[in-house]
Unconditional design. Structure first.
Lengths: 348, 348
DNA sequence: TACAACTCAGGCAGCGCTTTCCCACAGGTC
DNA sequence: GACCTGTGGGAAAGCGCTGCCTGAGTTGTA
């Protein structure tokens, strides 16, 4: 870490006070020059201040500014799992939008643990973020629920704004995905290309997304003339391995006429594809598969996966816009779009 | 947003002062009770303070604490692209480790733009984070380089610590990946199962990772008796589409005896697989493909991709540990591991 | 009884910044 | 020339918290 002749002793960072002294002006003038207030500052003074700041490598102390101004420039984002493409895409959207608003994003993972989520909300509240965004659907009712609600309400009462993504509770601002509509459209598209007998892999936690997708799919089948028997609905974990296991269960029990398996998320569908292949069958040809979300991988598996595109990054952007008071972001659920690919070849 | 009978007027959040008054103790005692200092506090007093805090929904103002204490609890993380599994995995590691150290992570994306990176470093410096982590290799030399170095050095001089992931410049702390070693091992493994004639898809930006992987692969081939002609090395974008294009170039030019194409990253390899398939060939059988990184998708494509595993999350954890002064994290480059899968069937 | 030695609550001075408020001065008007 | 108005720099009061310092009260010892 040595640096030649340059002085590397840890010295305290330059303060505005230092800059003011160096420029030979008052603290107030220095402040006004650097961050530009409503007040005007003589050009020559400003120039002097700016040069002094550059000379001292001055960088305004954000916490101090926050305190003096009584407001921060922070957005807190709470997701279930950062490495999950679903959430990292949302995060990318939030960050991009925050960027445009010159806000900075702090990010934390709950690991899908309601206890941790509560704990983090509590801790994050202390940061006095302007906005708190919670992504990731959770079971509709649980013990930590009321505590979470209490915490979030206290935060809002103190002037914060919270936005929920993909869940609708507690009377808070929400960005919803049109899961039901997408599932309806998917079912109709599939019946439209000749499928009649279906199976479903869905989660077992009662998440909002799970329920809406299954209900929507059912409704769409009804409209399109497809059929789904209750015991062809397999409940399993909402993960790749869950999809694999669920599909295996279906296969070992005997497909019994099922032509297409709808997995309630793409990662489950990916697991299902592997299970089909491991059983010696060819996905698409022997049994078709469709998913939901359109994660990037969906294009890259073989056969490419039919799915419903959820504009994840847009979801993140919209959440922040909504928080910042952009009312058109408050519109109805984010639209989804059916994407037919080779995992569901047309049946003629 | 209405709330029944409860008062929802935005009121200023409770301060420690309020809590102290409510509990009938001094500010100092309230502070000591809530955050626990070296000083002891009478149990009864503490209890009273804690209850008052709960009653008022008190949440300590972190920026104010930061200022009073003269130190924050923030880690700033700068990555190229949050939605990229490579970076989101690293981020997950950083966040997990930060969590353990009760630090919170702020995250920003540079979009692979050196200008933006510089701008962000400047802005982040103002947050006075304890640690700054920059992930994502960049061309070794460019115009913004010296400015970036200046900024980072100023930050370190003021007591911060910066860690670079996957790049080694400016004499800063670094977490390095053993790209060369992994590539050597991969080449030997591939020659070991019978491959002799190779092609390579690599990036065109001169990134450290690109260079090391290619050099290592060459060295491994030499040792293992494989051959790689200079004009069988295709330089293209370090992305999925770059991989697709590069492979197509190779195919349309004629494979000319190439048995296996090594793509310098998994996403490029995924693109290459698609290109091969689109050309009517079967990846694995007609031409083998290997990648690098072992992103989750690598298992899910068909055929599953042979690659070199880079423990991305561990990389993130290690970066933070290193920053926090855990010296064993300063050890040598993070080891990588060859993972042979069906995209490179043994040639007998 | 007197005094030393502790213990621990409370007072208060900052931390680095923004933002009134005050005031000096320049320019304009009658 | 007296007065008003507008402009813009500087002094100073906080923002919410921590941590040093003071000093009151308690216990122990001679």
């Amino acid at each position: 870490m040595t640096d030649g002749g340059i002085d590397t002793r840890p010295s305290r960072p330059a303060t505005l006070h230092d800059v003011a002294r160096e420029a030979g002006v008052s603290l107030a003038t220095a402040s006004r020059s650097i961050n530009g207030s409503t007040r005007k500052v003589n050009d020559e003074f400003r120039e002097r201040v700016l040069q002094a700041a550059a000379r001292l490598d001055y960088s305004p102390n954000v916490p101090a500014q926050a305190m003096a101004r009584g407001t921060t420039t922070t957005v807190a984002l709470l997701v279930a799992d950062i490495a999950d493409p679903y959430f990292s895409s949302i995060a990318a959207g939030v960050v991009a939008e925050a960027d445009a608003a010159r806000l900075i994003v702090t990010m934390t993972a709950t690991d899908r643990d309601a206890e941790r989520e509560l704990e983090f909300v509590r801790a994050l509240r202390g940061q006095r973020p302007r906005v708190m965004i919670l992504a990731g659907s959770r079971p509709t009712a649980d013990s930590a629920e009321s505590a979470l609600g209490h915490e979030l309400r206290a935060y809002e009462r103190a002037g914060g704004v919270v936005v929920l993504i993909g869940r609708n509770e507690l009377g808070l601002r929400t960005v919803l995905v049109d899961n039901a509509g997408g599932a309806v459209a998917l079912a109709r598209a599939l019946t439209g290309i000749g499928y009649r007998r279906f199976g479903v892999l869905t989660g077992s936690e009662g998440l909002l997304a799970e329920v809406d997708r299954l209900d929507g799919f059912r409704a769409g089948l009804e409209a399109g003339g497809g059929s789904l028997r209750d015991d062809d609905v397999v409940r399993t974990a909402f993960t790749r391995d869950g999809g694999y296991d669920g599909m295996r269960r279906l296969l070992s029990r005997g497909l019994d006429g099922i032509e297409l398996v709808f997995a309630a998320s793409d990662i489950m569908a990916v697991g299902a594809l592997s299970a089909i292949r491991d059983a010696g069958l060819t996905p698409g040809a022997d049994v078709a598969v469709a998913g939901f979300d359109d994660i990037p991988t969906a294009r890259d598996v073989t056969p490419p996966l039919t799915t419903v595109r959820v504009p994840l990054e847009a979801l993140g952007r919209r959440a922040l816009r909504l928080a910042l008071g952009n009312s058109d972001a408050a519109a109805r659920a984010v639209a989804t779009e059916v994407v037919l690919r080779e995992s569901t070849p047309a049946r003629t």
